[in-house]
Design a protein around this ligand. Structure first.
Ligand SMILES: Nc1ncnc2c1ncn2[C@@H]1O[C@H](COP(=O)(O)OP(=O)(O)OP(=O)(O)O)[C@@H](O)[C@H]1O
Length: 248
């Protein structure tokens, strides 16, 4: 099977610092892959490398010819002092057919908000409008960077259900960064755990039982807290020696 996007030995540097080393990664049609890892572990940078916004200093990224990517960035600031309806927002920068807009809004579950001011959307509605925006191009792959940030648990769960419906209907692959570990574990085909490199990767079961993952996230419901208490049993000195001898 041909991958939609494939990275080989991809090393990414930002501002003179290597933030991600030797990443081998591929995503196929229709897969849901989630990227987890502590703050600063390179998750957003990985996505930016895969979409071509950051060039690898080593290795390569190959995207399928003509690949359509729908990208929902981690943060998007919309000037709330400007009067701007959802519909007009989706028409920037290119005016689109009303049908295309209403189809994307319907798929994202916010068709009733078409005439609402952007400044009056709830956090969950705002994220859905961002999802609608990413769907306008009928993407082959939807890439979401912490799309449920700021949503409460039911809001986040509803958002993930929406994403699953989108995948079912459009057949697009989904690559997302998430901190909602339980949802991630339930909804992903594959999980990629990062910490400046790929710590471990596989089906949710395999990753959840990997020592590298447990070192990062713990084992029980307290796991999410362990994100910020990052203990590790192997070396993360990116600039120096390689850490190839630990299991990937
Ligand atoms: N423009 C930049 N110049 C230098 N270093 C940067 C730059 N942007 C990010 N970094 C560093 O790169 C590392 C990876 O950042 P990245 O945003 O990819 O992490 P993340 O895993 O997405 O984090 P979070 O969970 O906090 O969003 C961090 O140490 C960050 O400080």
């Amino acid at each position: 099977m041909t991958a939609l996007i494939e990275a080989r030995n991809m090393t990414l540097r930002l501002g003179g610092k290597i933030v991600l080393r030797d990443v081998d990664f591929r995503i196929e049609k229709g897969e849901i892959v989630t990227v987890v890892g502590p703050n600063g572990s390179g998750k957003s940078t990985l996505l930016r490398g895969l979409i071509g916004a950051v060039r690898p200093v080593q290795g390569s990224v190959v995207r399928q010819a003509g690949l359509r990517i729908g990208y929902v960035p981690q943060k998007l600031h919309v000037d709330t002092t400007l009067p701007l309806t959802v519909k007009r927002f989706l028409n920037i920068p290119i005016r689109l057919d009303a049908d295309v807009i209403s189809d994307a809004l319907t798929r994202a579950g916010v068709v009733e908000q078409a005439q609402t001011q952007m400044s009056q959307l709830s956090g969950g509605q705002f994220q859905r409008v961002m999802l609608a925006r990413a769907l306008l191009t009928k993407p082959d792959i939807l890439i979401l960077d912490e799309a449920t940030q700021g949503l409460d648990q039911p809001g986040a769960a509803a958002f993930y259900r929406q994403i699953e419906d989108v995948r079912k209907d459009l057949g697009c692959a989904i690559l997302m960064v998430s901190h909602d570990l339980h949802v991630v574990m339930a909804a992903s085909d594959r999980v990629l755990c990062l910490n400046g490199h790929v710590c471990c990767e596989g089906t949710p079961d395999i990753v959840a039982s990997a020592p590298e993952y447990r070192a990062l996230f713990g084992t029980g419901t307290q796991g999410a807290l362990a994100l910020y208490r990052h203990h590790h049993d192997h070396n993360h000195e990116h600039e120096g020696a390689h850490d190839h001898d630990h299991p990937h």
